[in-house]
Ligand binder design. Structure first.
Ligand code: TXA
Ligand code: MG
Length: 318
């Protein structure tokens, strides 16, 4: 892991890493982010691996300016107003994903909404421009650690899990972005942060709040979103004739089942995580009665994959 003082070379090196599908830590005005190409599921999977996240929490997609998000998310008048007023700045909007969006399903954990934000920090903006794309980034800390506001915090928390940290000083806001959910008719503030609720309500009127104890879209609340439309059968060693077979690792001979997809023939959990949501979408549309899923090893990202699968296989309660 290297901490690089920021100059043009450092920005270009970091942008090249992102373009190559790797991860980079970078400063924003709120906290340091751990970034990857938001359109590349395999790159995004590396974020979850580096943070040692036990589930696929949705990540915020960052852009150099709002115009780059118009093809990715559906902006209603409230969203347009908030974006015009507070971007660049510490505000994240949860908006419906645009039908032709390039953002990888893994970036937003396959939820209908995507989180988008234009950060206000010269290094973040320079990196976004040099990369020329959209950067998915959670806070650059190990899961359940404090959010980092200096490059040293990132280094202490992630260590060798991150190849490069762009050092851009101390984050001025020091608190994550405020998250406003605009997917329903009633706007809701689901995370308090760098912009006050009053400032937001002055612009778009009264907003709802997250329920007490409700983490923003905590994985446990999302059980119903995580499920494919057809049942899943986990830890299957074979598939029946009317089942799709979601495989993992090397398979000898002709695999069973009506259709098959292999999450990672080489048995790589990072590759499997990158393919998971896309393959489940394909198989639920494959005219089969069920998806049989091979066992996934419970190490590294395999923990998050199994979390996702067991939620998806649980009986629906809502
Ligand atoms: O200030 C910030 O927002 C920083 C900087 C790096 O931009 N990022 C950050 O990301 O705090 P993270 O992943 O640590 O927190 C983002 C929160 C998560 O709790 C996640 O559940 C929620 O935003 N979130 C993001 N996208 C979402 C989506 N599509 N639907 C629901 N919740 C979402
Ligand atoms: Mg965080």
């Amino acid at each position: 892991m290297r901490i690089l003082a920021v100059d043009d070379n450092a920005i270009n090196e970091a942008a090249a890493l992102l373009a190559a599908g790797d991860i980079v830590a970078f400063p924003t005005e709120t906290v340091y982010g751990l970034g990857a190409d938001a359109t590349n599921a395999q790159a995004v999977a590396k974020i979850f691996a580096a943070k040692e996240r036990p589930s696929f929490n949705p990540l915020i997609t960052h852009a150099a300016d709002a115009s780059l998000l118009l093809d990715e998310a559906v902006f209603d008048s409230r969203a347009q107003e908030l974006a015009a007023h507070f971007w660049p700045g510490p505000l994240t909007l949860l908006l419906p994903k645009a039908p032709n969006s390039k953002i990888a399903n893994l970036t937003h954990a396959d939820l209908p909404a995507i989180g988008v934000r234009v950060p206000h920090h010269p290094v973040a903006t320079a990196l976004l421009k040099a990369f020329g794309g959209l950067i998915a980034a959670p806070s650059a800390n190990r899961s359940n650690h404090l959010s980092p506001t200096t490059p040293q915090h990132v280094a202490e928390s992630l260590g060798s899990n991150v190849p490069l940290i762009l050092a851009g000083g101390k984050s001025a806001v020091g608190l994550e972005s405020t998250i406003v959910d605009l997917t329903g008719t009633q706007a809701r503030i689901v995370r308090h942060g760098g912009i006050s609720a009053e400032d937001i309500e002055r612009l778009i009127g009264p907003c709802g709040r997250a329920l007490p104890g409700e983490a923003p879209m905590a994985p446990g609340m999302l059980a119903k979103h995580y499920a494919p439309r057809i049942p899943m059968r986990l830890n299957a060693l074979n598939a029946q004739d009317d089942e799709a077979f979601l495989m993992f690792g090397p398979v000898l001979g002709k695999p069973s089942g009506k259709v098959q997809l292999n999450l990672s023939e080489g048995g790589d959990v990072v590759e499997a995580a990158a393919n998971l949501f896309d393959y489940l979408h394909k198989l639920e549309n494959a005219d089969v009665s069920r998806i049989a899923v091979m066992p996934i090893p419970a190490h590294g990202l395999g923990v998050a994959i199994n979390d996702r699968l067991s939620r998806g296989a649980a009986p629906q309660t809502a």
